[in-house]
Design a protein around this ligand. Structure first.
Ligand SMILES: N[C@@H](CCC(=O)N[C@@H](CS)C(=O)NCC(=O)O)C(=O)O
Length: 95
């Protein structure tokens, strides 16, 4: 099972875009992941309950813990091959 990248559904938007920045870093680092396209409109209950904030992107690890920081910091961590050391949260995680 791969990690999951929870991101906005605007997959076509490139450039200095938070979700694209992190997805590109995963691609460049050769990390295996699945994309979970999140709703743009509405209350974003899962994102809020699992990360404590409402923005994308965030990463869900195989054990259900999640990681969210500013996208540039996420990308830097991924590029430096330190994703497994990322600070993880388990707020509201599903079993
Ligand atoms: N400064 C944040 C911005 C994150 C951000 O704005 N993400 C977008 C999706 S690409 C989002 O969640 N937008 C909806 C909103 O701001 O409510 C970062 O770089 O991580």
């Amino acid at each position: 099972m791969a990690i999951k990248l929870h991101r906005c559904k605007n997959l076509w938007v490139k450039g200095p875009h938070p979700c694209w920045t992190v997805q590109k870093a995963l691609d460049d680092a050769g990390v295996n992941y699945e994309v979970v396209k999140e709703k743009w409109f509405g209350p974003r209950e899962e994102t809020v309950s699992r990360t404590g904030q409402k923005r994308f992107p965030w990463i869900e690890f195989e054990d259900g813990t999640v990681y969210r920081e500013e996208s540039k910091d996420m990308a830097a961590r991924i590029s430096s091959e330190k994703l497994t050391e990322a600070p993880r949260q388990q707020i509201g995680a599903q079993a």
